[in-house]
Ligand binder design. Structure first.
Ligand SMILES: Cc1cc2nc3c(=O)[nH]c(=O)nc-3n(C[C@H](O)[C@H](O)[C@H](O)COP(=O)(O)OP(=O)(O)OC[C@H]3O[C@@H](n4cnc5c(N)ncnc54)[C@H](O)[C@@H]3O)c2cc1C
Length: 468
């Protein structure tokens, strides 16, 4: 195992009881994707070092921080993500609920609207964990960083990679250059057998790889010019008739929003606007935007509730995917996970779940072949869940004619058919359940394309036409 280098505070390079396990992995970024990567790596390597530019020590607890500015906005954890967290951290849901995070049967305890019509409230077998993003991250941090083969180096910024000399793997990535965020000390090297980029959507890995002469991935983007504006309110048990949330879909218009109960008797209310139709952050403008949504629930809620802060904005310009999976020879010793690999339009709430799915793929690759040839095997495997989520998000965005991108036959058929399924969910409990299960990434979209599903959808469309 290479030395961890002489980073201040790094301590011994042989921390932990890695008996029988060899190798040192460095994970860049201690947010959701980085923590999940560290968790699966700890099963296979002697030591995992996680670095982050922010103070992410477990005692820093559930607070907002600069490196995860999106944490001020509604973060829904899809069911598939929740299932994976329960697999990697036994009883994760039960423990976070015991700590005061509300949970709900997705369609019974919360309201969903498509095109202004409420989805029929039926049991879906899905559980919504209604944690704020900082609370979710803090729970993951506590669960991950307790592992004796994982050590955290907070307050360190990655500024480049290190290339080995020689042939095969030795010529790959063999370390990372780090410095304090203020840049007030010289950069140092942490050597590693594997470097994992989990630095999120601002990742500079392509630049770092190019500097060292490695091939860099092609970038795919779909511009959506989305903005969120979010505010928290005090929650009373009688608010929203006792329901724990309401989601008003943006499609087919440009405006949508969500209000979700959170730990600490709060509502997080996020308003969203696509294609430049952005929600204002002054209080009167914020309320007017809420009043313009296709369903009145959020506006009614915030008219009554006591605000706890001012609205804050987050602007999201484009979904972006780096195609490491298409490289003929990806740099050995380097992989990327989470938003550093694929940043998805947050309206579809897939990011954390896709990061969890990628972590499972990383674990499967480590189990089948260890660190040998890991980069190529992992990027191919991770492309499977990533492509599924990318298609769901970008196909939906391509329903807007202003969104630029290729509309192949699959996109056109999906975008003609899915709005009809959405319309049918207002009265059809089977379609409602199945659509929510697809959205939550526990069922493939094909469950909406079975002959029975197509028939139900057509029957609903005919009934409506007969009524109009
Ligand atoms: C407004 C918004 C709303 C969202 N809503 C949802 C939702 O409802 N559901 C959902 O599943 N997903 C949602 N997402 C996506 C979700 O936040 C991410 O997909 C998820 O957090 C995984 O991100 P990550 O861990 O890859 O990166 P991030 O969460 O961005 O974390 C990157 C980490 O790397 C650190 N870092 C960055 N650069 C460096 C460096 N050079 N050196 C050291 N450390 C560094 C940062 O401090 C940070 O800790 C949303 C995103 C946005 C923007």
């Amino acid at each position: 195992m290479p030395e961890a280098g002489n980073v201040p505070g790094a301590g011994s390079a042989t921390v932990g009881g890695g008996a029988g396990r060899r190798g040192h992995a460095v994970v860049l970024g201690a947010s959701v994707a980085g923590l999940l990567a560290a968790r699966v790596l700890a099963e296979h390597v002697g030591q995992v070092t996680v670095i982050d530019r922010d103070d992410v020590t477990p005692t820093a607890a559930a607070s907002h921080r600069g490196g995860a500015a999106q944490g001020r906005h509604l973060h829904a954890l899809m069911e598939r993500g929740r299932q994976i967290l329960d697999e990697l951290y036994p009883d994760f849901t039960a423990k976070i609920a015991a700590d005061g995070v509300p949970t709900a049967e997705t369609l019974v305890g919360t309201r969903w609207y498509f095109d202004g019509a409420r989805v029929t409230p039926v049991p879906t077998g899905l559980t919504s964990v209604l944690a704020s993003r900082p609370a979710l991250e803090a729970a993951l941090r506590a669960a991950t960083l307790g592992h004796d083969r994982i050590r955290l180096l907070p307050g360190l910024r990655a500024v480049g990679l290190v290339r080995g000399s020689g042939s095969t793997r030795a010529a790959g990535v063999v370390g990372v250059r780090v410095e304090p965020p203020a840049g007030d000390a010289p950069a140092r090297t942490i050597e590693a057998d594997l470097v994992v980029d989990a630095t999120g959507r601002g990742s500079r890995a392509s630049e770092w790889l190019a500097d060292l002469g490695f091939d860099i991935p092609r970038e795919e983007t779909v511009g959506v010019d989305l903005a969120y504006a979010s505010r928290t309110y005090r929650r009373r048990p009688t608010d929203l008739g006792g329901d724990l949330g309401v989601i008003i879909s943006t499609l087919p218009g440009r405006r949508g929003g969500g209000a979700v109960a959170q730990e600490g008797d709060r509502w997080i209310v996020t308003l969203a606007g696509m294609l430049g139709d952005h929600p204002p952050v002054d209080a009167p403008g914020y309320e007017r935007f809420a009043a313009s949504l296709p369903a009145p629930d959020i506006h009614r809620l915030i008219q009554d509730a006591e605000p706890l802060d001012d609205p804050v904005r987050y602007r999201f310009r484009a979904s972006r995917r780096l195609r490491y999976d298409l490289l003929r020879t990806p740099a050995a010793g380097f992989v990327a996970i989470g938003d550093a690999l694929c940043t998805l339009n947050p309206l579809y709430a897939q990011g954390m779940t896709v990061a969890a799915q990628q972590a499972l793929e990383l674990r499967a690759c480590l189990r089948s072949g260890g660190l040998d040839d890991l980069a190529a095997r992992y990027f191919t495997a991770a492309a499977r869940p990533t492509s599924r989520a990318w298609s769901i998000a970008t196909d939906s965005d391509l329903r807007y004619r202003e969104v630029e991108g290729r509309r192949g036959p699959r996109t056109r058929i999906t975008n003609a058919y899915i709005p009809r399924v959405q319309a049918a969910t207002r009265s059809d409990p089977v379609l409602a359940r199945n659509l929510l299960r697809v959205v939550n990434l526990v069922e493939p979209p094909s469950v909406l394309l079975t002959p029975a599903a197509v028939l139900r959808t057509a029957r609903h469309a005919l009934t409506r036409r007969g009524q109009s």
